[in-house]
Design a protein around this ligand. Sequence first.
Ligand code: ADP
Length: 513
Amino acid sequence: MVTLEKKPVPTTVLPAQPTEIAVMNPVTGQVIGSIPIMDAEAVRQAADRARAAQPAWEALGVKARATLMRHWSDMLWDDQKNAIAVIRRETGKTELGAWEEVAVIDTVVSYYYKHAARFLRPQTRRSAVPVRHKARVYYKAHGVAGFITPWNYPLNNAFIDLIAAMFAGNTILLKPSEITPFSAQYAVDLMYKAGIPKDVIQVVTGAGSTGAALVDVVDYISFTGSTATGKKIAVKAAERLIPCSLELGGKDPMIVLNDADVDMAATETLVGAASENTGQVCISTERVYVEDGIYDRYIEKIKQYASQLKIGSGDGFDVNIGSLTNERELLRAEAQVKDALAKGAHLIYGGKRRPDLGPLFYEPAILTNVDHSMDVMREETFGPIVPIMRVKDADEAIQLANDSEYGLSAAILTKDLKRGEQLATRIESGDVHVNTTHWIFGTPGLPMGGVKNSGMGRRNGPEGLLRFVKPQSIVIDNLLMQKPTLARVDGFMLKGALLLRRIRRAFPFLPLE
Ligand code: ADP
């Protein structure tokens, strides 16, 4: 008789779920700390605290909130040395780049400090029934607003939107990127020191699962990040019928016209595409269309200026290009260059890693002979890549500029400012710059946001504040000469309405509309 040997049944041991995420310094490749991964229950408890704190925060009034916010931004300004150090340690960006983050926060707070009370003031509108009715609009906070933010500008992108939400009287849950969480925590700690109550703003830490849990518990969700994640968040927000705004990717075109100042055009291209945050910007210049008549001179100049770019991790505002923050983006940029070269592009400058400076340093890659069959002209790039295409005229440039699934920012370089402004209106994007790039970011009065796959909603300006409130309309009838009636409109009112209609048509200048 054969006895079968009994083999032990293998038991599957599931790997323990990680409870923390390590955070790296991209310049040294070393771990600088870690953050806990908050689960759905922890996020819900934070939302409960935020919801309990909200009525008192709103009741404080916009002027008192503005005073606290301004105190915070002054403290941030005074502490900028530390702020810059915290930002640079987790991003590897240049000193100038980190300083710009502090400066932008300062200008946004200053703008709303001056204007928020006016934007939020209850308004009187024309009533349907003159004399008898008063029509008013009040602006009330949504409640708890959630913010899911990326790693490229860990201070700016975490706070630009939520500053407006706080002015408007919402309490805040902020989930910063797991790649750069410490800048947000630093600035929120500074808010507590400035006197803002702890439950008015809380940081929730973790990765995508924590972000997804956040969307389930807030009354408004503001997202800045990739288009793919933004779409998932929009679907979740739609299921809960909560309002959302999405600041997503871009593939921003620059058009260089024959009459452009060639030196300005070349340097602005390098600033817009490469030196501003090493190209890791949603509004960076990602494709350049150059008119035939200036093309050869422009190419010579851009090579000349590119060779003067200073790359490295050193201090000082004269360093132009820092480290990339995220290895995934370096790999994506390299893959785009490879795809372009395989399809016939020419690499006329750079395009090399610089391991002598750090693991994620990369020399700007300037490509010519590119076309729209290449990934580098269609997919978002988060690195210092400058693909340049020759075009016959402005019409062809605009047609190519609009041939994109994205529509965030754009630039036109020309000495004819009037023509530049007219052409700008033909570009499908949230903003257009004439003879410069990126200034939308530092101009808090201008609404900023995208069309097409670049997102929806606007940050900054009155629009950026008013998205964080729900208008409530109130109609007050003073009962003047009114008798009880079972009809909405009685004979007297009907005659009045017909008379009113004739007066409106005959005297359109009267304030009756
Ligand atoms: P990036 O490529 O810039 O990392 P992501 O869109 O992946 O862009 O991430 C931006 C932010 O969105 C980060 O804070 C990240 O943790 C968060 N996130 C990622 N996936 C989700 C998700 N499914 N739901 C909510 N938040 C998410």
